[in-house]
Design a protein around this ligand. Sequence first.
Ligand SMILES: Cc1cc2nc3c(=O)[nH]c(=O)nc-3n(C[C@H](O)[C@H](O)[C@H](O)COP(=O)(O)O)c2cc1C
Length: 335
Amino acid sequence: MQTRDPLTALFAIRETGRPPLILAPMAGVTDAPFRALASRFGADLTVSEMIASQAMIRGIARCLKQSAHGDPETTLAVQIAGADPEAMAQAARMQVELGAEMIDINMGCPVRKIVGTGAGAALLRDESLAGRIMEAVAQAVPVPVTVKIRLGWDHHTRNGVTMARIAESAGMRAITIHGRTRAQMYSGMADWEAIAEIKSRITIPVIGNGDITSPEQARELWQKSGVDGLMIGRAALGRPWIFREIGHFMTTGRLLEPLPLRERGAVIVDHFHAMIAHHGPRTGHLLARKHLGWFTRGFPGGAAFRDRINHAPHSEAALEMLDAFLDTTLASRAA
Ligand SMILES: Cc1cc2nc3c(=O)[nH]c(=O)nc-3n(C[C@H](O)[C@H](O)[C@H](O)COP(=O)(O)O)c2cc1C
């Protein structure tokens, strides 16, 4: 039997009547524990945090942690960022040697620190360099290479169609489009008509991204835009089960019951332990606090709990507070 590469397998999901659902790369968020959680709750692909190519080449240990496997059962897709074709090619090769099964190139990050080095969304303003980076990476590694862009630098320079065509001829196997310009940062709403327009002009698969928050809306955006995959970022913060909710709705037409509070509690505790195991007690505790904030949104007493846990001196104390909070919350719900 012929083995299919991970990207072919990903898009084959369309044969089941729904698009593949992908967890967006998010710096400081999509580490191994969170990617494992999203996979467990139905994400068909998860992408690592952005890894700076120069830091990777210099052997900075943080990069290895950032691209560590979240769940050995799933495809390891690693996103790299940078502005030098050779350095990007080298970083991609190193990642593949370490186990990456897909490489994604960041051409959408709007943050000044990244854009200031000519990387991320800055590449939308230098189509020639963007093309050379894509070609260099595609030729450097035997695994599928994809690129993630925004619609353009600003309202006056929306070159998404040109960038997508460059991606196509540079050997990108798929392109993700976040439906905003760099100038918009995260303001306004993602422009899905513009995503649909780009989709209609190229032949490689297009993954649409921006502001997906519910199963009904995900289906509508998918049907209207005709994209090949959907990528979800912020809506998965504190709600990684959104992938299962969307997948279920798209295949059955029915909404899943909300995840019971007790199960949510178990997920939160498991994730806390996974963060400590992956990052160590100190960093793990600090990073887990951010997730606890998201997870407890909408819980009765959640705001007071977040305030308390931010003052927990160490991970054991935080875990005790978490257990006590969940016990009280669950007991009050059961009463
Ligand atoms: C905290 C945070 C970190 C992000 N980091 C990255 C990143 O490292 N690479 C990237 O391509 N996009 C990054 N993004 C953008 C997301 O991948 C996504 O394009 C954006 O959030 C829009 O999708 P959403 O509306 O579903 O969140 C980040 C977004 C957030 C909120």
